[in-house]
Design a protein around this ligand. Structure first.
Ligand SMILES: Cc1cc2nc3c(=O)[nH]c(=O)nc-3n(C[C@H](O)[C@H](O)[C@H](O)COP(=O)(O)OP(=O)(O)OC[C@H]3O[C@@H](n4cnc5c(N)ncnc54)[C@H](O)[C@@H]3O)c2cc1C
Length: 332
């Protein structure tokens, strides 16, 4: 009898989820194209969801079948392991915004806008400026989705999510809840949901968010946005990265410490510490997650050895790291 490879049986939720996903459910699909680093192994199952009602139906389906999952937005604040992510990964690309009528906008001093969490933050910020609204000009060049930005309390140029958010609609274990900004417990590049993906069996999901904006009476929002884009171009490298790798330690800058440690330009495989901004690691082509992790450990060890400062990663490490290098702690 000829031997044929036996495929594992399909999970029972697969056909229903496939109907809710843009391209069905793919097996062993590379996650690298869904990250700004362009690094990462395959998702065992991958579904891209583009409509909010589909996302909600998918979450309820997964809850009913007790299926753990990981949900990502723009993949711009993470490093996915070379072995990839076991189980199901959802990519949230639901991006509708509910703008008020122009006439309504003119009469009010505060304008509330609700947007789906999968919307690109930069695009939402630009659209708000085009509509004559102020409050998000700091966000015009931050990659990633609104949901990811809320989880990490993204910020730049003196602004951050905590300063503009009113509330979020959250799905958690089959329930819909509205959480105030206070309940999100924002702090520097963090919130109560940062790291929540570590428990795929109870992953709270931000469905949408309401922001507080105001009429841009003096036309300053567009000017501030242009200045923010120019500043970014002159200080940050282009190329495949995850932005700042480390949080700034109190009273200092991670980039300054890494540069002072003499590490600019150091490479591991095709991952290199940027010559332009030392807190950026650039994937020069085919860098692996292991290359990036090796550089991260080198930076942590050298900065600790030379200055006694332990740099904490801002990015999240996702997936199965059992076979690769993992984050080491030089202070132990
Ligand atoms: C070139 C570059 C420049 C950057 N500059 C800045 C900067 O100036 N300031 C700054 O703060 N950041 C910056 N970043 C980092 C990044 O853009 C932000 O952290 C961004 O907000 C992450 O959003 P995301 O959608 O990509 O999140 P992802 O990387 O997709 O996910 C991050 C985490 O959020 C979770 N998550 C995502 N969506 C949801 C949701 N809807 N519900 C629940 N959990 C969710 C994921 O599970 C994961 O744990 C930069 C990145 C790059 C590549």
């Amino acid at each position: 009898m000829p031997r044929h490879p036996v495929s594992p049986p399909s999970p029972p939720w697969l056909p229903d989820l496939a109907a809710l996903s843009r391209d069905g459910v793919r097996r062993q699909a590379s996650l690298a194209p869904y990250t700004s680093f362009h690094i990462g192994g395959p998702a065992e199952y991958l579904a891209v969801i583009t409509r909010l009602e589909h996302l909600l139906a998918a979450l309820n389906l997964l809850h009913d079948s007790r299926t753990p999952f990981l949900l990502l937005g723009g993949g711009s604040n993470i490093l996915i392991s070379d072995a990839g992510v076991p189980g199901l990964t959802l990519i949230n690309q639901c991006k509708k915004a509910r703008w008020p009528e122009h006439s309504q906008q003119k009469e009010q001093s505060v304008i509330y806008v609700e947007v789906d969490a999968g919307a690109p933050l930069a695009g939402f910020a630009r659209e708000s400026i085009n509509r004559g609204l102020a409050g998000l000009s700091w966000a015009v060049s931050i990659p990633g989705s609104v949901g990811g930005a809320i989880v990490g309390n993204a910020g730049a140029h003196g602004g951050d999510i905590a300063g503009a958010l009113v509330n979020v609609r959250v799905w958690r274990s089959g329930q819909l809840e509205t959480w105030s900004a206070e309940r999100m417990a924002f702090s520097y590049r963090s919130s109560r949901l940062k790291g929540a993906d570590a428990d795929p069996a109870a992953h709270p999901v931000i469905l949408s968010a309401t922001f507080r904006l105001r009429p841009d009476a003096d036309g300053q929002a567009a000017t501030q946005a242009t200045a923010a884009i120019q500043h970014r171009r002159s200080t940050q490298p282009a190329g495949k990265s995850a932005g700042s790798i480390f949080k700034n330690p109190p009273g200092d800058y991670a980039g300054r410490l890494i540069e002072a440690a003499g590490l600019k330009g150091q490479c591991s495989g095709e991952a290199c510490i940027s010559e332009k901004h030392a807190n950026f690691i650039i994937n020069r082509g085919q860098a692996s997650a292991a290359d990036v992790m090796n550089l991260i450990n080198l930076i942590r060890h050298e900065v600790w050895r030379q200055f006694g400062v332990l740099l904490e990663p801002e990015i999240l490490f996702i997936g199965d790291w059992r076979d690769g290098p993992t984050l080491t702690n030089p202070s132990h």
